[in-house]
Design a protein around this ligand. Sequence first.
Ligand code: UGA
Length: 434
Amino acid sequence: MNVVMIGSGYVGLVSGACFAEFGANVTCVDKDESKINALLNGEIPIYEPGLDELVARGVAANKLSFSLDLEQAVGEADLVFIAVGTPTRRGDGHADLQYVYAAAEEVATYLKGYTVIVDKSTVPVGTARQVSRLVSAANPDADYDVASNPEFLREGSAIDDFMRPDRVVLGVESERAEASLRELYRPLNLIEAPIHVTNLESAELIKYASNAFLATKISFINEISQLCEKVGADVHSIAKGMGLDGRIGKKFLHAGPGYGGSCFPKDTLALIRIAQEHGCSSRIVESVVEVNASQKARMVSKIREALGGSEADKTIAVLGLTFKPETDDMRDSPALAILPALADKGAVINAHDPEGVKEAKPLLPTTINYCDSIDEAVKSADAVVLMTEWNQYRGLDLARLKETMNGNVFVDLRNVYEKGMMEEAGFEYCCVGR
Ligand code: UGA
């Protein structure tokens, strides 16, 4: 099958490389010439474990190529995926669909033979239908169907999520479109991955509802973590005790500094807007967003308290900046809310992150010192704040750490360490909800 992936960002590149691995002939098209040139030179513009090898394998097998020429690629395609960005529109929280619609109109004029145009980007309910209207208006003779195939990839484990999905959601309106998409995903039959076929609007809403529900679990446990601190309960144990109930499930119940990233913050806001537009309330999701913001603020107070009530002139070593490990993505990372608040009050911040420093620099105060090693970051620090649970930070040499630091405060915002062990090693230890 010939597949075109429009947009060589995170979703487009991962999906394109994975479809090529499935055996499809994939052309990734992007308007950004420098990006395409870099990809043609074997350079991967994002950090995602395993993606470089997967891309290289696809290219070597002649299954994956990169091009600026949309016309030629679309002319030969059975399926055209739209995987362009849908940033939050400035000011109103709506997903900005201008790139999706521009891509649809351009594709329309290049269609040859029956083609399925598939929305892969996370888009508000009704977008696929609007794409269909635009294509018909631009090319009334086109033989096509529109489909919605949302992605459920997590950064850092996107390839595994693609290859071993919990489900594939197909929003379709015709048997032809369904057959074409089923054929593309056929390699997943071997592992019996469920294929959930539904209509366009349901597929679009499944994506938002899923992300909002996962965000709800996180805000829920974060709120409980606050109560745990007051009553002397342990949030880890609470999450375990809850999660053993199969109806609840143990995943996404880790308390921490609040969720971040390019998806939950954007998609919860977009869902609230979609509900508003249709005259529906979304009080639960609104609370989820509020609780998340207050959790980040609560982390600032926690660090301040651990430092004896003031962070002024204290040196804080921050381990981890990205919103989660195994990514260089800084979008809506809790660090972006927590570090400026500390720096504002006069803290000296030494930050370390294995992959995120380049992305972090333009987003954080210029006073922050970036360090190449953990040792450099913790040298003479009054406190260490573990912000992101990178593997490098899970097995710190505690004796050496204690010796290198000036103080002995350890604030563990990801609950990686055990209190007893840290106190034995001489630290004043605090974490989230334990
Ligand atoms: C999320 C979803 O998990 C994917 O299914 C979805 O496809 C993706 O958004 C998307 O819409 O593209 P992602 O943002 O990459 O994936 O990362 P997650 O692993 O879901 O983590 C999101 C945030 O929640 C991180 O800041 C993480 O630290 C936080 N989190 C997660 C917690 O605080 N506690 C948890 O128990 C789990």
